[in-house]
Design a protein around this ligand. Structure first.
Ligand code: COA
Length: 314
């Protein structure tokens, strides 16, 4: 029997209309545009409008990806949503999205791996497709981080933004997704969390920074080694957009020039599970990726969780 692979056939993205700049933040907490930009590379982020829900953003990104794929919602036989900021405890955001799109019967579920959520969801959908369990999967990363940010904490409120990104994965006879690698270590739970009974992010930024740089360096090396590739054979790095200094450190370890790294952090901030699919969508729409180029996606987040996906574009 011929092997089945999964392949990204379309992307979609959505960013809320309202932009919150560093200058705006200067009015809210003791900070400055210069400090934020120098430490994070962020100038502005998008914030959901009052009443705008996580599922609204997911729907906008999903509809764009479906239209680009030339598929109807009824064609989907798997829906996975990566989010840490669902509108409700249940039903899952994936089920709410399924109803909005008008799909009935496909399995639909959420994955919660914070900023690594999209990579976890992609890895899961890839396994469904490879094993013959699905032919067309919708994978969405969406976050309303503004709902869980402590807007009085200058150490965290400057970092996060809202948005959604989506991909449609379809079965094919060649990769597509070459390999995925996902990990977690709950021993680090205290460094980045929304503590039990609370609704706001608490973070030890400096410690998170150090572990993120080390771990992302390791995951990209693991991905290259698993596929017997050298960094020179990677065409694009599509990293989680948490902080430009973390992105530069990973690119540096790979020896990749920044011209081959997709960065959206300056205008998106950290949109957690939405950051990688949004970066992918933005770069794809700019025409950055050529057919069959190799892309390396990576992310790191609360848990800690981390992961990567190596794929061929188009
Ligand atoms: N504006 C001005 N000063 C600020 C500030 C802000 N927004 N936030 C913190 N500071 C101050 C601190 O109070 C501290 O002052 P002190 O020396 O007088 O105590 C000083 O800046 C240095 O703080 P520190 O936390 O060591 O700064 P840093 O260089 O580590 O930068 C982060 C802080 C949050 C930008 C950085 O740690 C980071 O990006 N960490 C990773 C976070 C992340 O990506 N999380 C998500 C992972 S998916």
């Amino acid at each position: 029997m011929k092997p089945i692979y999964s392949r990204i056939v379309a992307t979609g993205g959505y960013l809320p209309e309202r932009i919150l700049s560093n200058r705006d933040l200067e009015q809210m907490v003791e900070t400055s545009d210069a400090w934020i930009f120098a430490r994070t590379g962020i100038r502005s982020r998008h914030i959901a409008a009052p009443g705008e829900k996580t599922v609204d953003m997911a729907e906008a990104a999903a509809r764009q990806a479906l239209a680009d794929a030339g598929l109807n919602a009824a064609d989907l036989d798997l829906i996975i949503v990566a989010t840490t900021t669902p509108d409700q405890i249940f039903p899952s955001t994936a089920c709410l999205l399924q109803a909005r799109l008008g799909n009935r019967g496909a399995p639909a579920f959420d994955i919660q791996a914070v900023c690594t959520g999209f990579i976890y969801a992609l890895a899961t959908a890839d396994r469904f497709i490879r094993s013959g369990g699905a032919r067309h999967a919708l994978v969405v990363g969406v976050e309303s981080m503004s709902h869980i940010v402590d807007w009085t904490d200058r150490g965290t409120c400057i970092l996060f933004g809202d948005g959604a990104g989506a991909v449609v994965l379809s079965a094919g006879d060649q990769p597509g997704i070459i390999s995925t690698h996902i990990h977690a270590d709950g021993a680090y739970a205290d460094l980045l969390q929304v503590p039990g009974g609370e609704t706001r992010i608490a973070m030890q930024g400096n410690a998170v920074f150090r572990v993120a740089v080390r771990t992302l360096g390791e995951i990209v090396q693991e991905t290259l080694a698993a596929n017997a590739l050298t960094p020179a054979e990677i065409d694009w790095l599509v990293p989680h957009q948490a902080n430009i200094r973390i992105i530069e450190a990973t690119a540096d370890k790979l020896g990749l020039p920044m011209e081959r790294v997709v960065t959206t952090v300056e205008h998106h901030g950290n949109t957690s599970a939405a950051s990688v699919p949004l970066a992918l969508d933005e770069a794809a729409r700019r025409g950055c990726f050529q057919p069959r180029q190799r892309l390396l996606l990576e992310a790191f987040g609360g848990g800690f969780t981390w992961g990567s996906a190596l794929l061929r574009w188009g």
